[in-house]
Design a protein around this ligand. Sequence first.
Ligand code: S3P
Length: 182
Amino acid sequence: MTYPIYLIGYMGAGKTTVGRLLAERLGWHFVDLDDAFHEIHGLSPADYIRTYGIEAFRRKEKYVLEDLAELPIEKVVYATGGGYPCWEDNMECLKELGTSFYLRWQPHHLAERLALTDLNERPLLHGKDATEILEVIRPQLEARSPFYEQADYIIDAPVEDTLDGSEDEQLAEQLYELIMTD
Ligand code: S3P
């Protein structure tokens, strides 16, 4: 397996939480690319999109990831922004730069998880309950899935029916085992 590791997936997939836990377990660095974007450009992705639009955001987001990949540190777990893999040749870039893992969830589980988070940073979902969130994300997830599914590994969230709150820890453990045995 080549390093670094890129976690990809829809909003609410746990890229940040799982990435942080995984990096801790591996003793590696962790970088959240939304946070890196904020630090470099002085605005959060949501504020940047509100101010300059989605096209401008995607272009800058691409360079944030590619510039960081030039650092001479390989043992890094990156949490990517949810839309990053679905723009231009970004998925190909990820596969060239390191190993990608798609954290795949059923849309209704994503909606449930997102409904429990602070939606201020997610303007499209702000003020909506889990049912309304599901209506917004279902078509978008369907459109994005062909990109996400090009990941080197697809990891299905460990949940059959009801969420019990241990999913992120389980995902991190699953990834850890996979990385250690490869
Ligand atoms: C986006 C997801 C966000 C952030 C931006 C756009 C998207 O990242 O990059 O608001 O298009 O799905 P998270 O997936 O980390 O929330």
